[in-house]
Structures are given as C-alpha cells and as structure tokens.
Design a protein around this ligand. Structure first.
Ligand code: NDP
Length: 298
C-alpha cells in the first residue's frame, strides 16, 4: 500500500467555483452589471464544441454572463479579427477566449494578438506572456495557474523547492515554469531534446508533467516524497487493445503512487481546475477593468 495523497482537483475546483459565485454579487452591486465571458468557436470540431459548451455552462452557473459566438469553418481571417475587435470594445465583455485550435487557414497568433490584454483570460497574448515574465500583474494561462493553486494548497510555501516542468508549450510548460520561479523554486524545464530526463526528474521535489504522452513518466523516475502534478490528458486507443479508450495522464499513476508523497489523478486532478481558473480570470479581469481591487481569496 502506498501512502501517497491523492490531490483532489475536482473538490478544490468546486470550492473555487463556489468562492467565485459568492464574489459576483459584490461586483454587480458596485458596477450594476455581471462579469461577462465571450467564447469564440470557429468550425465544428466536436471536442472543441464540448469544451465551449461546458465553459458556457460553468460561466452561467457562477452567475456571470456567457456570450457564445459560433462561426463557420470557412470564416475569413478579417472576419474573425473584426469579431475580436468588436468584443474588445464591448463593455459587457470582460474576458475573451478564442477556442484553439483554429482551422488551418487561419493565423492563430494574429487572432490571439488581436485580443485586448485586459480581456485575455487565456493569458496567451504577447503582452500577458511578457507581464508574467516581468512579474507584473496580468492574466495567467488557466491550466498552469490551477496547477500552482493545487501545489500551494498541498505544500504551502514552495520556496527553495527543486521543480521540473516537462513540456515547454506557451499554454502550459513555459507559464508553469514562470509561476514556479516566481514562487522561488529552482526550476528545470525539460522538453523533447532533454537528455537523461529520468535523472533530472529524480532530483525534483515537484514534478509537473505536460507532455501529451500517455504514462511516459514512470514511478521509479521519482525522488521519494515528490509531489506530482499530471497535466496530461491522453485517451488510450481501444483499437490497440487499450482498456475502453480510458483517459490517462503523462505519468504512470500506479507506479508513481509508490514513491510520490502526493499526486493529481487523471481525470479529476488538473482538468477541473482549468475551467475554474477561467472563471477566476474573468472575475479578476472584470474587477481590474472596473477599477476595483482584485477579489480576495482567489
Ligand atoms: P504540446 O504538444 O504543445 O507540448 C508538449 C511538450 O512536451 C513540448 O514542449 C514537447 O517538447 C514536450 N515533449 C514531447 N515529447 C517529449 C519527451 N519524450 N520528453 C520530454 N518532453 C517531451 O502540449 P500542451 O502543453 O498543450 O499539453 C500537454 C498535455 O497537457 C497534453 O496531454 C494536453 O492534452 C494536456 N493539457 C491538459 C489541460 C488540462 O486542462 N488538464 C489543458 C491543456 C493541456 P518540444 O517543445 O521539444 O516539442
């Protein structure tokens, strides 16, 4: 029997969502309106449509306004950018999220660049990225923000911890490394060209895996007592004899339980934190745009 604590992201996210919902009435009292999140979906990708629907539902459940914009797959770049500009100018919109990936003919970076940094609840614009690197107030990508919340809730002070982030994407790996650095961790960023990954992981008190490769990080890679945040979401292929297309992380969960002191499960770990942090970012953006202090405890 392992003694690893299972970090319950689902429960933590439910608590965060409840605190967000509790903070909305005070905002409405001060401003005479509710915070609003606009989500833009281009095309008919089934997975993206599911994400957009669940974001809309969670937004409304928190007492905020949800504006969904569904555009056809053949939408032109100028049309999409015109919509983003219209949302930038719309006073009832505090957060803008363009669901990625976009159809191939569209220039994702140009579309993201058009989002006002003050409404950039995904934290992906160059200004948001720069603010994070500079340590200035800004909006931080939801998945790494949620991962950091789980770590701080479990460990407390992260100062001086050795952390490894496996993956260097703009969405997860890089902002995660910046957040850990800001918490005074000593941070290693690993990627596909990293040599002897196992030896590096073995040095780390905190392991964040954001790779997209099913069960790549094995239990015997871990330093005894490591805290593991598994960001990966991989669906095993039933056609290859894998169990019913079940979801697994980037960490081999069963073997990791042997040495880790705590680990996030997949599903039910980091995943639920992402939408909760999107709501959090929308509420924070709304406060800043209205000239109010950030809501406390979020
Ligand atoms: P990307 O594909 O953008 O990035 C993957 C990263 O992993 C890259 O930096 C890549 O390195 C690195 N990598 C690939 N192979 C290896 C390897 N063998 N050893 C070490 N590093 C490697 O993915 P994302 O960052 O967008 O997502 C990562 C995972 O997190 C995915 O499973 C995704 O589904 C999941 N995810 C989960 C979310 C949630 O809400 N829980 C939200 C977002 C993502 P290089 O840069 O050299 O190519």
């Amino acid at each position: 029997m392992s003694g690893a604590t299972i970090i319950d992201g689902k429960a933590f996210a439910a608590g965060l969502r409840a605190r967000i919902a509790e903070a909305v009435p005070a905002f409405s009292k001060a401003t005479g309106r509710v915070p609003g999140l606009a989500v833009v979906l281009v095309g008919d990708d089934a997975a993206s449509a599911v994400y957009v629907a669940s974001k809309g539902k969670a937004t409304v459940a928190a007492g905020m306004a949800s504006f969904e914009h569904r555009l056809p797959a053949d939408t032109k770049q100028e049309e999409l950018i015109a919509l983003v500009r219209q949302l930038n100018a719309d006073e009832s919109v505090d957060g803008i999220l363009v669901q990625l990936p976009l159809p191939k003919h569209l220039d994702e970076q140009a579309v993201v660049d058009a989002i006002s940094p003050d409404k950039d609840v995904d934290g992906l614009t160059p200004i948001s990225t720069g603010r994070l690197a500079l340590g200035l107030p800004g909006l931080v990508p939801c998945t790494p923000l949620g991962s950091l919340m789980l770590l701080k809730d479990h460990i407390g002070d992260l100062s001086g911890k050795d952390a490894i982030v496996i993956g260097r994407s703009i969405l997860v790996g890089k902002p995660m490394a910046q957040l850990l650095l800001a918490e005074n961790c000593t941070v290693t960023i690993a990627h596909s060209r990293t040599r002897d990954l196992k030896a590096r992981v073995q040095q780390a008190d905190i392991v964040v895996a954001a790779v997209g490769r099913a069960e790549m990080v094995k239990g015997d890679w871990l330093k005894p007592g490591a805290v593991v945040i598994d960001v990966g979401i991989n669906r095993l292929d039933p056609a290859k004899g894998e169990t019913k297309g079940r979801l697994v992380g980037d960490v081999d969960y069963a073997s990791a339980l042997e040495l880790a002191s705590a680990i996030t499960p997949v599903p039910g770990g980091v995943g639920p934190m992402t939408i909760a942090c999107l709501l959090r970012n929308t509420l924070v953006a709304a406060h800043r745009r209205a000239g109010l202090a950030d809501p406390e405890g979020l």
